[in-house]
Write a protein that binds this ligand. Sequence first.
Ligand SMILES: Nc1nc2c(c(=O)[nH]1)N[C@H]1C(S)=C(S)[C@@H](COP(=O)(O)O)O[C@H]1N2
Ligand SMILES: [Mo]
Length: 361
Amino acid sequence: MDGTIEPHEAVERAQAAGLTFQRSDPLNCETPITALIGGIAMPTSHFYVRNHFRIPKLDSSSWRLNVAGLVRRPLTLSLQDLQNMRSQTLIVTMECAGNGRALLDPPTDGEQWGLGAASIAEWSGIPLVEVLETAGVETSAREVVFRGADGGTVATRSGVTRFERSLELGVALEPDVLLAYAMNGEPLPPEHGYPLRLVVPGWYGVASVKWLTEVEVIGSAFDGFFQSERYFYEWERSGQAVREPVMLQRVRSLITEPAQDAEVANGDLAVRGLAWSGAGPIARVEVSVAGGDWESARLVGERHSYSWQRWELITRTPGPGVTSLRARATDHAGHTQPDQPEWNRLGYGSNAVQEVSIRVR
Ligand SMILES: Nc1nc2c(c(=O)[nH]1)N[C@H]1C(S)=C(S)[C@@H](COP(=O)(O)O)O[C@H]1N2
Ligand SMILES: [Mo]
């Protein structure tokens, strides 16, 4: 680690962009839903930030990516070496597994995210598979560990714990997993992982390790803190605690228009929003006004593999007064958002139908 950026610098940037703060040290803030109105893309400054530790300050001239472990040719790559390799650009939705946690009842530990711990960007980088093939993965390989430059103390371990996560080899070799050096056509900002981060499309954000310095191929199951003590669902199933790792983003829709507490005229009503799922493209979005029947919204624009889907419904208000709007998405894998979030001890994957209330004049 070459040091950390002054916490106030990133805080001031996030404040200027109008992000909603969870915590300023380490910096954690969410995208206001009103910043998602309109299209697919959003400015990088509005992208949510989720940090477990302070933002490390990395100098790209001395920074290197080490590829080691069960490989035939360990590599030490500079940013220039990586940028000389074949690059790929993908639009990918990122979402924190804790998004929606504040809606759980009873509350759980962890950052109390509303619904703004999800954002989208166009990421450019090198397919991870190219680097792994250059290094030559040994046949005994089982998982690939990604190590960030950030670290600090955690409850159950002594000394400094780095932010590290693994992927099973089969996932790491998928062609769309990127070692990204650019976000919306610009170098990654410090808070989003400068100079290099992993981007694992469709997965909850925890897999997309920022400030990457090491890729280590191992022959066993990784048991780092953020792998084995966080980021798993602990469901209560017939009186038994059942554990399941957090992986793909669960299906979700967001109503972006009208905004919560908006005042609208009685009559025609346009309801618009976004929907996504890590398990497949969105099959349908339905909207219920004032607790009435579900009406099918129109899916708008092209379907990209990893980009969220715009949708809209033109309907009518039920008459003057306070009214609720609800939107429910279903993906092509057959998953539908539940009415109530499925409570789990650490508060992940809270993807219940969102309710927005508006006032009709
Ligand atoms: N090195 C490092 N990588 C990290 C994290 C972190 O704290 N340190 N947080 C993870 C989590 S939980 C999420 S949701 C995403 C957030 O990425 P963003 O801050 O660019 O939105 O980064 C992931 N990668
Ligand atoms: Mo996250």
